[in-house]
Design a protein around this ligand. Structure first.
Ligand code: FAD
Length: 381
């Protein structure tokens, strides 16, 4: 189906809904954004804002690389409040085995036209003096960046509204139909197209999609300018991010434009409460102190937890919903939704316009979760 300038309702004003709305507005659609709270209040406020190319699968590489390019292209337009910093990522190798993994990763990145440089220990310490001695080296990915995602989402939504779009806050969507969206307060909004970007609540509106919440904690420190200069992630992160059921922690530190540091990361399933879990928080901090002992000298201002919306194959779900004419989904972005929001929004806009996309949208299509495909099930391990 291709539609040039219809009425579009985007459900969810997180970074994903905001990005969809922005690209659809640019295509000339009349966009209304509906959120049961406000702009960027969900996972978008809880996340870390690391814009990063990842290589778990060719599809993930294609989407993250494309989206990073879109963020880098958008950067000059972003307001200062979005705190876009082209920090680069340093993937830290703890030992020789991880250094071998860094070299493999560098070769893969280069084969995909992603700049990546292997650093010796001396080159690593010249860049990040506060890391513990004895590390094996690192992989530098210079074009990665960090952003303050709630403000980036607000800027996208404001831009949509400045072009005639409408934002309806504090309005919960109860049901989505082919030609309308029903609100909890009884209002019915007619539409040609709806795009459901409701994050971890996706299954409330579209229960056919097997999205689960994966809890994560973060700590923010007081100001320590230049204590860390790059986003630092241990290469062992890749092991913990892949653990499907078990709780896991990894060293992941981000310098904020304010001079503060964000310290992560943790991953847990089967958690309902957003309360801070002090056991996993301590494990996460211990991991950070292992790589950077002098972090202990900084004061922690606040700790919080949020939820990532995870799909079984760790790829977002982007495109038309089978059996519901005019309904599209943009969900399941897991721990990469800040990174992949722009590419996802762009792909959805391309689908509506009947345009060929810069990357193949097939791996992200909702049809892979059709009943009986086997992809809809969660596999343990
Ligand atoms: C601890 C942590 C660290 C992270 N770090 C990173 C990172 O470094 N890099 C990265 O790329 N990603 C990261 N992420 C992931 C990223 O934050 C998410 O993937 C992204 O924010 C998802 O955006 P969203 O718009 O889909 O969801 P949300 O931001 O949750 O937005 C969904 C919106 O939908 C609204 N909504 C839900 N149901 C309804 C309804 N029925 N009616 C109306 N409105 C509704 C909600 O109010 C909400 O505003 C992290 C996540 C966590 C938790």
């Amino acid at each position: 189906m291709s539609i040039s300038s219809g009425r579009v309702i985007v459900v969810g004003a997180g970074i994903v809904g905001a990005a969809c709305a922005w690209y659809l507005m640019r295509d000339g659609h009349q966009v209304t954004i509906v959120d049961r709270a406000g702009v960027g209040c969900g996972a978008t406020a809880a996340g870390m804002g690391h814009i990063v190319v990842m290589d778990d699968s060719p599809a993930q590489m294609a989407l993250t690389r494309y989206s990073r390019q879109l963020w880098n292209d958008m950067a000059p337009q972003l307001p200062a409040s979005a705190e876009f910093v082209p920090s680069g990522t340093l993937w830290i190798a703890d030992d020789a085995e991880e250094m071998a993994a860094a070299e493999k990763k560098a070769a893969l990145y280069k084969s995909c036209d992603v700049d990546a440089v292997v650093l010796s220990p001396a080159e690593l310490y010249a860049r990040e003096a506060n890391l513990r001695p004895g590390l094996a080296g690192a992989l530098l990915v210079p074009a990665d960046s960090v952003i303050y995602s709630p403000c980036a989402a607000a800027w996208l939504v404001n831009d949509v509204c400045s072009q005639g779009g409408i934002l309806i806050k504090n309005a919960e969507v109860k049901a989505v139909r082919d030609d309308c969206v029903e609100l909890r307060d009884g209002r019915v909004l007619q539409t040609d197209i709806s795009v459901i970007a409701s994050g971890t609540s996706l299954a409330e509106l579209l229960p056919q999609f097997p999205v689960r919440a994966r809890k994560g904690h973060l700590v923010i420190t007081d100001r320590a300018p230049a204590f860390v200069r790059h986003q630092l992630v241990e290469l062992g992160y890749l092991k913990s991010a892949h653990a499907t059921e078990a709780d896991s922690v990894a060293f992941n530190v981000q310098p904020r434009a304010t001079g503060q540091l964000l310290i992560g990361s943790s991953r847990q399933y089967q958690m309902q409460s957003a309360q801070v879990d002090h056991g996993i928080l301590q494990a996460m901090l211990n991991r950070a102190f292992y790589f950077m002992p002098s972090l202990k000298e900084l004061g922690a201002v606040r700790a919080w937890a949020g939820f990532r919306a995870a799909s079984p194959d760790h790829l977002p779900i982007l495109g038309p919903v089978a059996g519901m004419a005019g309904v599209y989904v943009a969900g399941g972005h897991e721990g990469l939704g800040i990174t992949t929001s722009l590419a996802g929004g762009r792909l959805i806009a391309d689908m509506l316009a009947g345009r060929t996309s810069a990357i193949d949208p097939a791996p992200y299509l909702p049809a892979r979760f059709a009943a009986g495909s086997g992809r809809e099930r969660w596999h343990h391990g």
